[in-house]
Design a protein around this ligand. Structure first.
Ligand code: ADP
Length: 335
C-alpha cells in the first residue's frame, strides 16, 4: 500500500516480480538495474556495444568507447587476463563484483600476489556444494597517473537520474563532489597495499588516522572546476566535463536495449569517474544505491537539494504539464 517507494535492491529482487503496480505508483530502480551497476555486467555491456558498432561499420563511434580500462571477469577470463598481463604487466586492481565501498579491493603487480585468491577459488569451484559461494571478481588495469590536487588522488561522484530508457530520458545533477584520499599519492611498491593511498571511497578514508572529521574529504565539483580552470584554462576544463557527460550518455546507450523499460521505474545513479593527469576521464563504476548519508553540513545540503529536485522531476502530484521538464531544478536534461 504505497504510492512512491524508495526501495533497496534486496526488496526488488524478492518482490518486484510478484506485485502488480498501479498506474501512479513509482519505484526507484529498474527491474534489472544491475546490468549497468554490477561491475562485470557494466564492462560486458560496454564491450558488447563497442563490438556492435564495429560490426555496423561505425568505427568512429566504436572508438569512443575507450573510457574504461582493460578489464577481465574472473574466473571466466583468467586465461585472457594472464596473456595480457604477460604482454604488458604493470599494476592491476582486483575488485569483487558484488561489493561496494572499497571492500575486498586490492592492487597487485605480480601474478604471485593473486595466487592466494586463486587457490581459495579453485577449492570452491571443485566443490559443487559451495560453488554458489564463489565470489566473482573483475581485474582491471590500475590507472597509475591520476590527476592530483595537493599530491592527493580523488574521484568524482556525479548523480544521474534516469526517468526512462525508451526513449532515453536522463538528467545530470549540476552539483557533485570530488572524493579525496587523506594520504599523498604514490606508486611505490611498498605502498601498493595501502588502501589509504589508492582507494578514494569515503568509507575507507574516514577510517584513516589522518582523517579530519570537520572538513571531511569531499570537495564540491564547482571548487574543483575553478581550481582546474586556473591551471589549465576554461577550454580544457569544459572539454573534460563535456567528455564526462559523453561517458554517461554512452554508458546509458550501451544498456538501453537491455534494461527492462517500465513506466513505474526511475533510477538515481552515482557515477564514479577518475580523471588522469592528461585530463582524460575514466568510468570506474556506476552505483545503483549511491549513499545518501551526509557527513558534513554541505554534504547534507547537496543531497537534500538533489532529492528535492528529483522529486520535482518524478512529479508524483502531477504538477507538470505532460512531457515537460520542471524549470528551476539543478538537474539538467542530458541531450
Ligand atoms: P567500490 O564499489 O568498492 O567503490 P570502485 O570500482 O568504485 O569500487 O573502486 C573503489 C575505488 O578504487 C575507486 O573509488 C578508486 O579510487 C579506486 N579505483 C578503482 N578502480 C580503479 C582503477 N582501475 N584505477 C585506479 N583507481 C581505481
Amino acid at each position: 500500500d504505497w504510492d512512491f517507494f524508495w526501495s533497496d535492491v534486496s526488496w526488488l529482487h524478492e518482490f518486484f516480480d510478484h506485485i502488480h503496480l498501479a498506474d501512479h505508483q513509482r519505484i526507484n530502480h529498474f527491474r534489472n538495474y544491475y546490468e549497468l551497476t554490477r561491475k562485470d555486467l557494466l564492462i560486458k555491456n560496454l564491450k558488447r556495444m563497442k563490438k556492435t558498432l564495429e560490426k555496423d561499420s561505425r568505427s568512429a563511434e566504436a572508438a569512443k568507447y575507450d573510457f574504461f580500462p582493460p578489464t577481465y571477469a574472473l574466473p571466466a577470463e583468467y586465461g585472457l587476463f594472464v596473456e595480457q598481463f604477460k604482454r604488458n604487466a604493470g599494476v592491476w586492481i582486483m575488485k569483487p563484483v558484488g561489493k561496494a565501498q572499497g571492500r575486498g579491493i586490492f592492487l597487485f603487480h605480480k601474478l604471485g600476489q593473486i595466487s592466494e585468491w586463486k587457490k581459495d577459488h579453485r577449492w570452491k569451484v571443485d566443490n559443487p556444494q559451495v560453488s554458489a559461494l564463489v565470489e566473482s571478481y573483475i581485474v582491471q588495469r590500475y590507472i597509475n597517473n591520476p590527476y592530483l590536487v595537493g599530491g592527493k588522488k580523488f574521484d568524482l561522484r556525479i548523480y544521474v537520474l534516469v526517468m526512462a530508457y525508451t526513449p532515453l530520458k536522463a538528467y545530470l545533477y549540476r552539483s557533485g563532489f570530488a572524493r579525496f584520499t587523506n594520504t599523498r599519492f604514490s606508486m611505490k611498491k611498498e605502498d601498493i597495499l595501502n588502501n589509504y593511498v589508492h582507494l578514494t571511497n569515503f568509507a575507507i578514508q574516514k577510517t584513516a588516522p589522518t582523517y579530519d572529521s570537520k572538513n571531511g574529504t569531499k570537495w564540491p565539483l564547482q571548487s574543483l572546476k575553478i581550481h582546474m580552470i586556473t591551471k589549465h584554462g576554461e577550454k580544457a576544463v569544459n572539454e573534460l566535463f563535456h567528455n564526462i557527460q559523453m561517458i554517461i550518455i554512452r554508458s546509458l546507450i550501451a544498456v538501453q536495449n537491455v534494461i527492462i523499460q517500465d513506466k513505474h521505474c526511475f533510477e538515481l545513479y552515482g557515477y564514479d569517474i577518475l580523471v588522469d593527469e592528461s585530463l582524460k576521464p575514466w568510468l570506474l563504476e556506476v552505483n545503483a544505491s549511491p549513499s545518501l548519508a551526509a557527513d558534513t553540513p554541505s554534504d547534507y545540503d547537496l543531497k537534500f537539494g538533489m532529492l528535492d529536485d528529483l522529486l520535482s522531476i518524478v512529479d508524483m502530484e502531477r504538477r507538470l504539464p505532460a512531457q515537460s521538464s520542471p524549470k528551476r531544478v539543478s538537474f539538467s536534461l542530458v541531450q
